[in-house]
Design a protein. Structure first.
Length: 319
């Protein structure tokens, strides 16, 4: 008889939730991984390492099977724009909100002990340089940002008005291994693009004036989720899950040069003309998460960068 605690994860075929899947397996959870599709190599690797501890389910969020689980992590989301997917603005918004409502109803119907939903620093159109706590009022601009702000507000309402054990994690910029473009998330992180350029061309090009942003290694998100699933009671609805490690593209390029001494560094004057100005200059502070769960196991950026290099290099060799 299986005595492991069980969790259902939506979006488990994606970059961030794939990392959460691995972290919860490592933490001793029985995982039901749900997505529309899974990369076959990733699925085969997980099966070979974890066997019957992981179950893969290809399904939409509005058609989840009847599993009895202790917890739910909802990360299925679309970051692609209406233009990317040939949608109207309204259809693009529904593509994020309809699955959220379906998953919320499913969790209530199946009496799931705790649900954790994923949000983003995108709920802020702009922030000043410095720490950004959970208490700073949101200012969403854009359909994805509006969807995430709606998700946060719904979680507050369900918890306060209906007694649901629902919490939200708000993520910063995420980088790491197994990051690939897919239809629902067509753009990989700046870090992923810089590593790819370095390995494929032997050069990294950056602009001297491009501003810094905070970066979190994807596996650390999974470890933080595991920490949030432990307490019998969580004190808050919303937790920033971010490492507070802030680097500009020039800083990252120089670290790449340390790790890949043979590459050439091309630092150009000014700001990247092809990238909109960065208006979120602050970094998400993780003080609330650490105070409540004692979680502080953030991977140093250079170590995460090395793992990202190794992963892309190995993938290139295997392909």
């Amino acid at each position: 008889m299986n005595t492991l605690p069980s969790v259902l994860i939506t979006g488990a075929g994606g970059f961030v939730c794939g990392s959460i899947t691995v972290a919860l397996l490592q933490a001793g959870w029985q995982v039901i991984a749900v997505d529309r599709q899974f990369d076959s190599s990733v699925e085969n690797t997980l099966r070979s390492h974890w066997g019957n501890q992981v179950t893969f389910v290809r399904a939409e969020c509005d058609n989840l099977p009847d599993f009895r689980v202790d917890a739910l992590v909802h990360g299925a989301a679309i970051t692609a724009s209406p233009g990317d997917l040939e949608q109207t603005a309204e259809a693009n918004l529904r593509a994020n909100l309809d699955p959220l409502l379906a998953v919320s109803e499913w969790a209530a119907r199946h009496q799931v002990r705790r649900s954790i939903w994923m949000s983003s620093s995108a709920v802020y159109a702009a922030t000043a340089v410095g720490p950004v706590p959970e208490t700073l009022p949101t200012s969403p601009v854009g359909l994805y940002a509006v969807a995430k702000q709606t998700l946060e507000s719904l979680a507050f309402t369900l918890r306060q008005e209906y007694g649901r054990d629902v919490s939200v994690i708000r993520l910063s910029n995420i980088y790491g291994v197994a990051e690939r473009s897919r239809a629902t998330r067509p753009r990989v992180s700046l870090v992923g693009r810089m590593v790819k350029e370095a390995l494929e061309t032997g050069r990294v090009s950056v602009y001297a004036d491009d501003p810094a942003r905070d970066w979190t290694f994807a596996p650390d998100v999974g470890a933080a989720v595991a920490a949030l699933l432990k307490p019998q009671t969580l004190q808050h609805v919303l937790y920033n899950v971010a490492s507070e490690q802030v680097f500009a593209p020039v800083d990252i390029a120089k670290m790449l040069l340390d790790l890949l001494p043979n590459i050439k560094l091309d630092i150009r004057d000014g700001s990247d003309p092809n990238t909109p100005p960065l208006t979120r200059r602050g970094y998400l502070t993780n003080k609330r998460l650490q105070d409540e769960t004692s979680f502080s196991a953030w991977t140093p950026f250079a170590a995460g960068l090395q793992q990202s290099i190794d992963a892309q290099r190995n993938e290139a060799i295997s392909s």
